[in-house]
Write a protein that binds this ligand. Structure first.
Ligand code: B12
Ligand code: SF4
Length: 493
């Protein structure tokens, strides 16, 4: 079959453009299964998906099916893409985090007119099974995770267990990405290098922690690690085969098992792969680290580590965020990472239920004390499928009334709790955090001014200044997503 795997355009301002790795995995499996796959990522394309549909038709090799991925803020864009492609006669399939959380929604009116199938969960094997079935001209039967409609009947198969043996999967089809159109992984730190050959890699999937802001149905509770050898082989392909200039580890928690994490670093050194810088895109868990790990990471080429700090108040960390870490553990990890010569990033959340003037002040103070190279302050967002969502549904009211409101650029109050929760104060403290961390400290201002990229890409610099410190008139406040890698920090460690 001829298949397009697509990621829709985020109608959000985002300086960062990363490869959609999930589509890379699906593409690899479909390719191995004998299908012809193209990857279309609207974030880096100059033309619409219809351009490629037209082109293929002109060449007499039309596409048969499109698979579109979607996180919650992108679901509207995914539906629009499915609608266009359905009109053009393609079979439409949706998948990705939003579908894992709420697959039924895409079969309600009007979406049922243009969404043929949706998958819940990891879909490498089940999507291939659907494609093979359709190619053979058969009706899909029980395929793990599939949802579809036949007439008025809504058909749902039991979800597949998350793939237990990740080594059995092929490497993602990294070669199909138009890699030189993606930016580097943390443009605010390194400058917006659109020529960087920045790949991402997953060394494990899943996370046993249960932070209340995290979309746990997506990550799953069971941590599944790839073997170190498999990761090293993929890393080698990225560096030696595809000319990677930067690699991002995007696991939920790559350092859960300390000995394995250390072994991976040692092997990168042994294989001579440590000349290409790498970063932990989202963050590491502070309480699974020690000085030796950071020293090994440094030796293995790691440039920068991020940590989910979240809040400076022990009680908030323990009882509301349920982060499974203490402020002391946070301090220790920063100390060790810095001692090993790594740059640090910290991710902080403002406005979780229970946050008040005192707890938010503690968060700002902790950020100033830790003094990471980059501090990323985000407003809490009650994503569906999080424990936080249920907490607010029970005791408060969610204002976000369309999924686009969850996009990171929509940095505005999204909910209210009880009389003790002051959403105006949350916005005030959140904004204050940026000012106190970046603006009111002369050394920070100097650091930014000395960054060449801030002068060579002035429009970008002005856009960021406006978003951070001035805001858009239709927003209560604004944040950024380019800092570090925590586009998803409101939802990730
Ligand atoms: C890397 C990452 C990013 C990167 C994105 C890189 C990219 N271009 O994809 C960056 C930093 C830019 C990012 C941004 C955001 N992220 Co993010 N991110 C992740 C992270 C850590 C890993 C994603 C990944 O590679 N997973 C591994 C692959 C194999 O899984 P996958 O992509 O889900 O794909 C599998 C299945 O979903 C399914 N599938 C996926 N697509 C399709 C399509 C079809 C047709 C089919 C059949 C199946 C299918 O099959 C795939 C293979 O098994 C996840 C956490 C996680 N564990 O997934 C969070 C996560 C996806 N992010 C999340 C969020 C909230 C965001 C933001 C919305 C934050 C914000 N407020 O703006 C933004 C949205 C950006 C966007 N454009 O969508 C949430 C999503 C929650 C939700 N309800 O949508 C997650 C789950 C974090 C969490 N634990 O809460 N993110
Ligand atoms: S936020 Fe990070 S540590 Fe917490 S549950 Fe999610 S993936 Fe795990």
């Amino acid at each position: 079959m001829r298949i397009i795997l697509a990621s829709p355009e985020a109608k959000v301002w985002s300086a960062r453009k990363h490869i959609p790795l999930g589509l890379g995995y699906l593409a690899a499996v479909l390719r191995e299964g004998g299908h012809d796959v193209m990857l279309y990522d609207a974030a880096i394309e100059d033309v619409t998906v219809e351009y490629y549909i037209d082109l293929a038709e002109e060449q007499g090799k039309p596409y048969n099916l499109i698979g579109v991925t979607a996180t919650t803020p992108l679901i509207q864009d995914a539906w629009e893409m499915a609608e266009v492609c359905k009109r053009r006669g393609l079979i439409t399939v949706l998948g990705g985090p939003h579908l894992t959380i709420m697959p039924e929604e895409s079969f309600q009116v009007p979406h049922d007119a243009y969404v043929d199938y949706a998958f819940k969960g990891e879909a490498e094997y089940s999507f291939l099974e659907l494609v093979n079935t359709l190619e053979a001209g058969k009706e899909p039967g029980v395929i793990p995770g599939i949802h579809f409609k036949r007439g008025n009947e809504f058909i749902v198969s039991p979800e597949s267990p998350m793939i237990p043996d990740l080594d059995s999967l092929p490497f993602p089809a990294h070669d199909l990405f138009k890699i030189d159109r993606y930016t580097n992984l943390q443009p605010l730190t390194d400058g917006l290098d659109t020529q960087a050959r920045s790949f991402t890699i997953l060394t494990s999937r899943g996370c046993p922690y249960k932070c209340t802001f995290c979309s746990k149905p997506v990550t799953g509770d069971t941590w599944r690690a790839r073997s170190v050898e498999s990761v090293v082989q993929e890393w080698k392909w990225l560096v030696n085969g595809l000319g990677a200039t930067e690699i991002g580890v995007t696991d939920d928690i790559w350092n859960l098992k300390l000995p394995r994490a250390k072994e991976l670093c040692r092997r990168l050194v042994e294989e001579g792969l440590n000349h290409v810088p790498w970063v932990t895109v989202h963050g590491m868990k502070v309480n699974h680290s020690d000085l030796e790990l950071f020293q090994l990471m440094k030796a293995a080429g790691c440039l920068r580590v991020g940590f989910g700090v979240e809040n400076g108040d022990e009680q908030m960390l323990r009882n509301v965020i349920r982060k499974g870490q203490t402020v002391d553990m946070v301090r220790e990890a920063f100390k060790n990472a810095k001692a090993a010569g790594l740059q640090t990033m910290g991710f902080f959340i403002f406005g979780m239920p229970g946050d008040n003037e005192e707890t938010m002040e503690k968060t700002i103070q902790l950020a100033l004390d830790l003094d990471p190279k980059l501090a990323n302050f985000l407003l809490a967002a009650p994503f569906p499928g999080t424990a936080m969502y249920d907490m607010i549904k029970d005791g408060g009211e969610i204002f976000a009334d369309n999924w686009g409101d969850y996009a990171i650029h929509e940095q505005k109050a999204r909910f209210k709790m009880n009389e003790n929760y002051d959403s105006d104060l949350v916005l005030k403290k959140w904004r204050e955090a940026y000012r106190r961390f970046y603006l009111y400290r002369p050394e920070r201002v100097m650091e930014k001014m000395l960054m060449k990229e801030n002068w060579t890409n002035l429009p970008n610099t002005f856009a960021q200044v406006k978003r951070f410190f001035i805001g858009n008139k239709d927003q209560h406040a604004v944040a950024e997503d380019a800092i570090g890698g925590s586009t998803k920090k409101a939802v990730l460690a």
